[in-house]
Design a protein. Structure first.
Lengths: 113, 114
Protein backbone atom coordinates (compact mmCIF):
# COMPACT_ATOMS: atom_id res chain seq x y z
CA UNK A 1 0.00 0.00 0.00
CA UNK A 2 1.19 3.47 -0.83
CA UNK A 3 2.18 5.33 2.32
CA UNK A 4 1.88 8.94 3.41
CA UNK A 5 3.97 10.91 5.88
CA UNK A 6 2.56 13.78 7.90
CA UNK A 7 3.82 15.81 10.87
CA UNK A 8 2.42 14.53 14.14
CA UNK A 9 1.07 17.89 15.22
CA UNK A 10 0.75 21.52 14.18
CA UNK A 11 -0.52 24.70 15.78
CA UNK A 12 -2.23 27.66 14.24
CA UNK A 13 -3.65 30.91 15.48
CA UNK A 14 -7.33 31.44 14.92
CA UNK A 15 -8.26 33.21 11.66
CA UNK A 16 -4.83 32.58 10.15
CA UNK A 17 -4.18 30.26 7.20
CA UNK A 18 -2.93 26.75 7.89
CA UNK A 19 -0.82 24.65 5.54
CA UNK A 20 -0.85 20.94 6.36
CA UNK A 21 1.83 19.03 4.41
CA UNK A 22 1.78 15.42 3.27
CA UNK A 23 4.53 13.43 1.58
CA UNK A 24 3.63 10.49 -0.64
CA UNK A 25 6.76 9.70 -2.60
CA UNK A 26 5.55 6.22 -3.67
CA UNK A 27 2.30 7.46 -5.19
CA UNK A 28 1.28 5.75 -8.41
CA UNK A 29 -0.31 7.38 -11.40
CA UNK A 30 -3.84 6.27 -10.54
CA UNK A 31 -3.78 7.08 -6.83
CA UNK A 32 -6.13 9.82 -5.71
CA UNK A 33 -5.09 12.03 -2.79
CA UNK A 34 -7.85 12.27 -0.20
CA UNK A 35 -7.97 14.34 2.99
CA UNK A 36 -10.22 13.57 5.90
CA UNK A 37 -10.41 15.02 9.36
CA UNK A 38 -11.65 13.56 12.59
CA UNK A 39 -12.96 15.50 15.54
CA UNK A 40 -12.89 13.86 18.97
CA UNK A 41 -15.46 11.08 19.36
CA UNK A 42 -16.68 11.41 15.78
CA UNK A 43 -16.20 9.54 12.54
CA UNK A 44 -13.80 10.93 9.92
CA UNK A 45 -15.20 13.71 7.78
CA UNK A 46 -14.36 14.21 4.11
CA UNK A 47 -12.43 17.41 3.40
CA UNK A 48 -11.18 17.32 -0.19
CA UNK A 49 -9.55 15.11 -2.78
CA UNK A 50 -7.70 15.40 -6.08
CA UNK A 51 -5.61 13.61 -8.66
CA UNK A 52 -3.24 16.02 -10.36
CA UNK A 53 -4.63 19.55 -10.40
CA UNK A 54 -5.12 21.83 -7.43
CA UNK A 55 -8.64 21.66 -6.02
CA UNK A 56 -10.80 24.09 -4.09
CA UNK A 57 -14.02 23.63 -2.19
CA UNK A 58 -15.88 25.49 0.52
CA UNK A 59 -13.84 23.83 3.25
CA UNK A 60 -10.29 23.97 1.95
CA UNK A 61 -7.85 23.96 -0.95
CA UNK A 62 -5.59 21.13 -2.01
CA UNK A 63 -2.27 21.96 -3.64
CA UNK A 64 -0.62 19.02 -5.39
CA UNK A 65 3.04 19.13 -6.36
CA UNK A 66 3.83 18.77 -10.03
CA UNK A 67 5.53 15.39 -9.48
CA UNK A 68 2.63 14.39 -7.16
CA UNK A 69 5.05 13.24 -4.47
CA UNK A 70 3.64 15.72 -1.99
CA UNK A 71 0.51 17.74 -1.34
CA UNK A 72 -0.65 20.48 1.00
CA UNK A 73 -4.05 20.99 2.53
CA UNK A 74 -4.78 24.68 2.99
CA UNK A 75 -7.34 25.97 5.45
CA UNK A 76 -7.69 29.62 4.54
CA UNK A 77 -8.82 30.91 7.93
CA UNK A 78 -8.53 28.50 10.82
CA UNK A 79 -11.38 28.46 13.31
CA UNK A 80 -11.66 26.64 16.60
CA UNK A 81 -13.94 24.13 14.89
CA UNK A 82 -11.04 23.15 12.62
CA UNK A 83 -9.12 21.63 15.54
CA UNK A 84 -8.99 17.95 14.59
CA UNK A 85 -6.74 15.16 13.37
CA UNK A 86 -6.19 15.51 9.63
CA UNK A 87 -5.47 12.42 7.57
CA UNK A 88 -3.85 12.41 4.14
CA UNK A 89 -4.71 9.17 2.33
CA UNK A 90 -3.92 7.69 -1.04
CA UNK A 91 -6.87 5.87 -2.54
CA UNK A 92 -6.57 3.38 -5.34
CA UNK A 93 -8.06 0.16 -6.48
CA UNK A 94 -6.71 -2.89 -4.75
CA UNK A 95 -7.67 -5.86 -6.86
CA UNK A 96 -11.11 -7.14 -7.80
CA UNK A 97 -12.27 -3.58 -8.38
CA UNK A 98 -12.20 -2.83 -4.68
CA UNK A 99 -10.38 -0.22 -2.63
CA UNK A 100 -9.34 0.36 0.91
CA UNK A 101 -8.34 3.42 2.85
CA UNK A 102 -5.03 3.12 4.64
CA UNK A 103 -4.85 5.68 7.41
CA UNK A 104 -1.56 6.88 8.85
CA UNK A 105 -1.22 8.66 12.19
CA UNK A 106 -2.44 11.97 10.78
CA UNK A 107 -1.64 15.50 11.94
CA UNK A 108 -3.27 16.82 15.07
CA UNK A 109 -4.10 20.45 14.44
CA UNK A 110 -4.51 22.73 17.44
CA UNK A 111 -6.07 26.16 16.91
CA UNK A 112 -5.13 28.85 19.39
CA UNK A 113 -7.77 31.52 20.10
CA UNK B 1 -29.84 13.65 2.49
CA UNK B 2 -29.37 11.32 5.42
CA UNK B 3 -25.82 10.33 6.23
CA UNK B 4 -24.35 6.97 7.12
CA UNK B 5 -26.20 5.57 10.11
CA UNK B 6 -24.66 3.13 12.53
CA UNK B 7 -26.40 1.27 15.33
CA UNK B 8 -26.00 0.82 18.19
CA UNK B 9 -23.87 3.82 19.10
CA UNK B 10 -22.64 2.38 22.37
CA UNK B 11 -22.57 -1.12 23.75
CA UNK B 12 -20.88 -3.16 26.44
CA UNK B 13 -20.25 -6.86 26.01
CA UNK B 14 -18.60 -9.56 28.06
CA UNK B 15 -15.52 -11.46 26.94
CA UNK B 16 -16.55 -14.52 24.94
CA UNK B 17 -19.83 -13.08 23.72
CA UNK B 18 -20.55 -12.08 20.15
CA UNK B 19 -21.75 -8.75 18.77
CA UNK B 20 -23.46 -7.54 15.62
CA UNK B 21 -23.15 -3.95 14.42
CA UNK B 22 -25.35 -2.43 11.75
CA UNK B 23 -24.69 0.18 9.08
CA UNK B 24 -27.13 1.91 6.74
CA UNK B 25 -25.26 3.65 3.91
CA UNK B 26 -26.30 6.83 2.18
CA UNK B 27 -29.15 6.17 -0.22
CA UNK B 28 -27.81 5.06 -3.59
CA UNK B 29 -24.40 4.06 -2.25
CA UNK B 30 -23.47 0.49 -3.03
CA UNK B 31 -20.01 0.25 -1.48
CA UNK B 32 -19.73 -0.18 2.27
CA UNK B 33 -16.50 -0.58 4.20
CA UNK B 34 -15.72 -1.10 7.87
CA UNK B 35 -12.86 0.15 10.02
CA UNK B 36 -11.66 -0.42 13.55
CA UNK B 37 -10.16 2.47 15.51
CA UNK B 38 -8.16 2.00 18.69
CA UNK B 39 -5.78 4.38 20.47
CA UNK B 40 -2.85 2.05 19.88
CA UNK B 41 -3.42 0.97 16.27
CA UNK B 42 -5.31 3.90 14.85
CA UNK B 43 -7.77 3.36 12.02
CA UNK B 44 -7.52 -0.06 10.42
CA UNK B 45 -9.42 -1.43 7.45
CA UNK B 46 -11.62 -4.46 8.15
CA UNK B 47 -13.45 -5.21 4.89
CA UNK B 48 -15.32 -3.74 1.96
CA UNK B 49 -18.56 -4.89 0.38
CA UNK B 50 -20.07 -4.05 -2.97
CA UNK B 51 -23.34 -5.48 -4.28
CA UNK B 52 -23.48 -8.04 -1.47
CA UNK B 53 -19.97 -9.34 -2.19
CA UNK B 54 -16.95 -8.94 0.04
CA UNK B 55 -14.24 -7.74 -2.28
CA UNK B 56 -11.45 -6.80 0.06
CA UNK B 57 -10.48 -7.82 3.57
CA UNK B 58 -7.98 -6.41 6.01
CA UNK B 59 -5.64 -8.31 8.28
CA UNK B 60 -8.06 -9.36 11.01
CA UNK B 61 -8.82 -12.84 12.39
CA UNK B 62 -11.77 -14.88 11.17
CA UNK B 63 -13.75 -13.85 14.27
CA UNK B 64 -14.50 -10.67 12.35
CA UNK B 65 -17.05 -11.14 9.62
CA UNK B 66 -19.60 -9.12 7.75
CA UNK B 67 -22.26 -9.16 5.13
CA UNK B 68 -24.17 -6.81 2.90
CA UNK B 69 -27.83 -7.05 2.02
CA UNK B 70 -29.55 -6.33 -1.28
CA UNK B 71 -30.51 -2.85 -0.06
CA UNK B 72 -26.79 -2.17 0.59
CA UNK B 73 -27.23 -2.18 4.35
CA UNK B 74 -24.37 -3.97 6.04
CA UNK B 75 -23.67 -5.76 9.28
CA UNK B 76 -20.45 -6.81 10.88
CA UNK B 77 -20.12 -9.52 13.49
CA UNK B 78 -17.40 -10.23 16.00
CA UNK B 79 -17.54 -13.61 17.70
CA UNK B 80 -15.79 -14.76 20.87
CA UNK B 81 -15.06 -11.22 21.95
CA UNK B 82 -11.70 -10.40 23.49
CA UNK B 83 -10.75 -7.42 25.61
CA UNK B 84 -8.65 -6.11 22.72
CA UNK B 85 -11.74 -5.84 20.54
CA UNK B 86 -12.80 -2.78 22.51
CA UNK B 87 -12.77 -0.05 19.90
CA UNK B 88 -14.70 2.40 17.80
CA UNK B 89 -16.08 0.59 14.76
CA UNK B 90 -16.68 2.85 11.78
CA UNK B 91 -18.72 2.22 8.68
CA UNK B 92 -18.19 4.18 5.48
CA UNK B 93 -20.10 4.28 2.23
CA UNK B 94 -19.52 5.52 -1.30
CA UNK B 95 -21.32 5.32 -4.62
CA UNK B 96 -19.06 2.59 -5.92
CA UNK B 97 -15.44 1.57 -5.70
CA UNK B 98 -13.90 4.25 -7.86
CA UNK B 99 -11.01 6.02 -6.17
CA UNK B 100 -12.39 9.37 -7.32
CA UNK B 101 -15.49 9.02 -5.18
CA UNK B 102 -16.03 10.71 -1.86
CA UNK B 103 -16.28 8.34 1.08
CA UNK B 104 -18.66 9.18 3.87
CA UNK B 105 -18.27 7.88 7.41
CA UNK B 106 -20.82 7.22 10.10
CA UNK B 107 -20.44 8.32 13.71
CA UNK B 108 -19.32 4.85 14.71
CA UNK B 109 -20.28 2.21 17.25
CA UNK B 110 -18.34 2.27 20.51
CA UNK B 111 -17.78 -1.29 21.72
CA UNK B 112 -16.46 -1.99 25.20
CA UNK B 113 -15.56 -5.57 26.10
CA UNK B 114 -15.33 -6.31 29.81
Amino acid sequence: DAKTTQPNSMESNEEEPVHLPCNHSTISGTDYIHWYRQLPSQGPEYVIHGLTSNVNNRMASLAIAEDRKSSTLILHRATLRDAAVYYCILLAYSGAGSYQLTFGKGTKLSVIP
Amino acid sequence: KAGVTQTPRYLIKTRGQQVTLSCSPISGHRSVSWYQQTPGQGLQFLFEYFSETQRNKGNFPGRFSGRQFSNSRSEMNVSTLELGDSALYLCASSLDSRAANTIYFGEGSWLTVV
